[in-house]
Design a protein around this ligand. Structure first.
Ligand SMILES: [Zn+2]
Length: 143
């Protein structure tokens, strides 16, 4: 987070909203205020860097599909197909259709586990997730 904040500072300029003017030195040259917002060219101007980080991550990294990674984990742990009677069926499809509620609970627990292990990161309280290694690569390329 500290490194992402540094990148967010690099990619933005201090901005005095009162004078509506850039203040790259950190102090407004007109009103001498140091209570400045961050301007991200072409995107917006706002206090703080959290919104900048969120924007940079969204722009540059692919968020992960939690359904997809849970399904591929199930495929890896169990066989991809299962025999029911004389039918060879997709294990994932059978599990999902037999007990969709249990499936969702297990999926959410799996995702929470990845977040606890810091393999997945979220910047918006769990609406979207990113692989930690993708975020790390982005930091390395931009610092
Ligand atoms: Zn000013």
């Amino acid at each position: 987070m500290e490194k992402l904040t540094r990148i967010a500072f690099q990619k933005t300029t201090s901005f005095c909203y009162g004078c509506y003017k850039k203040a790259p030195t950190g102090v407004c040259s007109i009103c001498h205020s140091d209570d400045l917002m961050r301007l991200l060219e072409g995107v917006g101007v706002e206090y703080g860097t959290d919104w900048v980080i969120e924007h940079l991550i969204d722009e540059n990294l692919d968020s992960i599909d939690t359904d997809e990674i849970f399904e591929s984990m199930i495929d890896d742990c169990y066989s991809e197909t299962v025999k029911v009677g004389f039918m060879e069926l997709s294990t994932v499809d059978v599990m999902k259709s037999q007990d969709p509620i249990y499936w969702d609970i297990a999926k959410n627990e799996y995702i929470d586990g990845l977040v606890d292990n810091e393999e997945l990161l979220t910047f918006d309280n769990g609406s979207t997730y990113f692989w930690r290694h993708d975020v790390k690569n982005y930091i390395e390329l931009n610092l």
